[in-house]
Design a protein around this ligand. Structure first.
Ligand SMILES: [Zn+2]
Ligand SMILES: [Zn+2]
Length: 276
């Protein structure tokens, strides 16, 4: 089993540890490849993203660590870009300006009448945003989430789509069930968009190990569907602390194999597959 993780956060954004502590933990836990992916700066007040004025320091520190630990691990510089139409949609331009090795892009804020925050630890903020941004219309809101995801895949052209179906996290079967036809149609449309654009979908273990979700992002049913559609996948832990760098990695490796996947994608300077 090859160990890697391309989705990680540090105290440059909303993570708890320094970049160096994350790298050392990745080495200790036997990872061969590890990517730094700070939340990219966003043009509004927030408490989760890298600040614009810290971008240079972030990039410099990742380069210093790459060099310092090059005999022990291959480190990469990236960011997890929020994709928000008209507000943060210049992902490719910024990634090339910052000389990133690869790009993760995710939807945390859904554009409606304001921005609906679907992530974080608080169910109340999900409920409040749904009321305020979509007048409580869950179908309209979820449709906006997946359509924003499709637009992100097509326009931002990320290497990796972050936590694909995270809109389900705070739902917990309260507003909709994931086997309702309208919901399945939206997911399938997004899976086809990934397939058509050859975008890698990460199997993100964070919801499970944080106890915020009873399944991966995306959930098992969609991981199976992705095997059928031959959508490329990778495994990430979306770690925010040094002890999370390989959380549930081995379990996920075995699970995706059982769900029909034959290979998983990893990055060593370019994207490659390894057999499961
Ligand atoms: Zn994210
Ligand atoms: Zn993340």
């Amino acid at each position: 089993m090859l160990k890697f993780n391309y989705h990680s956060h540090s105290n440059f954004c909303d993570g708890k540890n320094s970049l160096e502590e994350m790298a050392i933990s990745a080495i200790d836990k036997g990872l061969e490849y590890f990517g730094f992916s700070a939340h990219s700066p966003v043009p509004f007040e927030n408490d989760f993203a890298l600040a614009f004025e810290n971008v240079d320091a972030y990039l410099a520190e990742t380069l210093r660590l790459k060099e310092k630990y090059k005999d022990k691990i291959k480190l990469f510089t990236s960011m997890e870009f929020d994709y928000i139409p008209e507000l943060c949609d210049d992902v490719q331009e910024r990634a090339s300006k910052y000389k990133l090795d690869y790009i993760i892009s995710s939807v945390h804020l859904v554009s409606g009448n304001g921005l609906w925050f679907i992530d974080g630890s608080k169910q109340e903020s999900y409920d409040k945003g749904l009321r305020e941004c979509f007048a409580g219309d869950i179908r309209k809101a979820v449709k906006a989430f997946y359509h924003q995801t499709n637009e992100m895949i097509i326009n931002a052209k990320p290497d990796i789509v972050g936590h694909f179906d995270k809109v389900k996290m705070h739902n917990k079967d309260r507003y909709f069930l994931e086997d309702e036809a309208w919901y399945e149609d939206l997911v399938l449309e997004s899976l086809r968009t990934m397939k058509d654009n050859n975008t890698i979908c990460e199997i993100n273990t964070r919801g499970l190990y944080k106890g915020r979700s009873n399944d991966y992002f995306p959930q098992t049913k969609w991981i199976k569907e992705m095997a059928k559609l031959q959508i490329p996948i990778t495994i990430s832990t979306d770690c925010h602390k040094s002890d999370e760098v390989d959380m549930l990695f081995s379990q996920c490796w075995n699970d995706i194999k059982e769900l029909g996947h034959k290979e998983v994608w990893y990055f060593d300077g370019s994207w490659k597959t390894t057999a499961l």
